[in-house]
Design a protein around this ligand. Structure first.
Ligand code: SF4
Length: 291
C-alpha cells in the first residue's frame, strides 16, 4: 500500500519514495548537526543547543536565512544514524536536541526516538506551518516547541512563502502547542518544557509584526516567551522583492520591540542588530556537515 504524505498542511498526498511534494524531500536528509550557541539564552545556555538541521522545508520563504539547507543541501541518513546523532550531541553536553525544520521528517524522528530516546529535552523548532495531526503524533516526544509565527498578513505569506492560509494554520498550531505544553518549566536558566514563539521582523512590514504581537497578546498567556528577531539579512530570493531587499532599519526594530512592551509581553527576547549579518548563518559546507 502506498504511503501518501500528509505530514503538513500542504497535503501533497504523494508517495515520497517515488516522487516529491512541495518540500522536495524523499527519505531522511540532514544538513548539519552541531552545538549551537546563538539560540535564545534559555535554549543555548552555557554549553550550547544540540541542533540538527533537516534538509528541505515546507515553506521555502523567498528570504530564507538558511536557504542552502531549506533548498535541499544535506546528506542521506537513516533513523538509526539520527539516533546516533542524538547520543553524540548528548555526549557533547548539549542542553537539548534541537530539531530545526523537522516537520517533513516527523515520522523518521519518531522512529529515531524509538531507537534512542534522548535524556535531554527535545526541541521542535519549526516554521509554524504545521498540521494538528502531526503535532498530536509528537505530543509525548517533544518537550519544547519553538515555532515561527511569520505572518499575520496572508498577502505577505502568499507573496514570500507561497502560503495563502499561513495565519489561520499557524495560529491553530500555536493553540495546539500551548495545549500540549501549557506550562513553561525553566531550571537553572534552561528551558526544560514549554513554548517560545519566534517572529522575524521583516523590512517594510511593521504592521505584519504588530498583527502577530496583537494575536499573541489576545490569545496566549501574557507571560508566553517570545523571540522577536531583528537579524534579517536579504539573502536567497529577497532580491526579487525590492521592499525586502535590505536589512532592517533600527527604527523598524524599535517599533516592533516597543509594541511588544506596550502590549505587556514582558517575556520577549530581543536581539542586537549587530547580529544582522551573514556571519551568524550557520556554515553548511561539506566539512561542517555532520558531527
Ligand atoms: S511534508 Fe512535504 S510532501 Fe508531505 S505534505 Fe508537507 S510539503 Fe507535502
Amino acid at each position: 500500500m502506498e504511503n501518501l504524505c500528509l505530514l503538513c498542511p500542504r497535503k501533497c498526498s504523494v508517495d515520497r519514495s517515488k516522487t516529491r511534494g512541495y518540500c522536495n524531500q524523499g527519505s531522511l536528509k540532514i544538513a548539519r548537526a552541531a552545538l549551537h550557541k546563538w539560540e535564545e539564552p534559555i535554549i543555548s545556555g552555557s554549553k550550547g543547543s544540540g541542533t540538527i538541521f533537516f534538509s528541505g522545508c515546507n515553506l521555502k520563504c523567498a528570504y530564507c536565512q538558511n536557504f542552502e539547507v531549506s533548498r535541499g543541501k544535506g546528506k542521506d541518513m537513516t533513523s538509526s544514524s539520527l539516533a546516533d546523532l542524538f547520543k553524540k550531541l548528548e555526549d557533547l553536553q548539549a542542553h537539548n536536541i534541537n530539531l530545526v525544520t523537522p516537520t517533513h521528517f516527523a515520522d523518521d524522528i519518531i522512529k529515531a526516538c524509538e531507537i534512542y530516546k534522548p535524556k535531554i529535552p527535545i526541541v521542535y523548532n519549526c516554521g509554524g506551518y504545521e498540521s494538528l495531526g502531526t503535532l498530536e503524533k509528537l505530543k509525548d516526544l517533544v518537550d519544547i516547541f519553538i515555532p515561527d509565527f511569520k505572518y499575520s498578513d496572508n498577502a505577505l505569506a502568499t507573496k514570500y512563502s507561497n502560503c495563502k492560509d499561513y495565519f489561520q494554520v499557524c495560529t491553530n498550531a500555536l493553540i495546539k502547542m500551548r495545549q500540549l505544553r501549557p506550562i513553561d518549566i525553566i531550571e537553572n536558566g534552561i528551558m526544560k518544557k514549554g513554548l517560545i514563539i519566534r517572529h522575524l521582523v521583516l523590512p517594510n512590514a511593521t504592521e505584519n509584526t504588530k498583527g502577530v504581537l496583537d494575536w499573541i497578546a489576545n490569545n496566549m498567556p501574557k507571560d508566553t516567551y517570545i523571540s522577536l528577531m531583528g537579524q534579517y539579512v536579504p539573502v536567497c530570493d529577497a532580491y526579487k522583492f525590492p521592499e525586502i531587499n535590505r536589512k532592517l532599519k533600527p527604527l523598524e526594530y524599535k517599533i516592533a520591540t516597543q509594541y511588544a512592551l506596550k502590549l505587556g509581553l514582558d517575556n520577549t527576547f530581543v536581539q542586537s542588530l549587530d547580529s544582522a549579518t551573514e556571519d551568524f548563518i550557520p556554515d553548511f559546507d561539506e566539512t561542517s556537515l555532520i558531527l
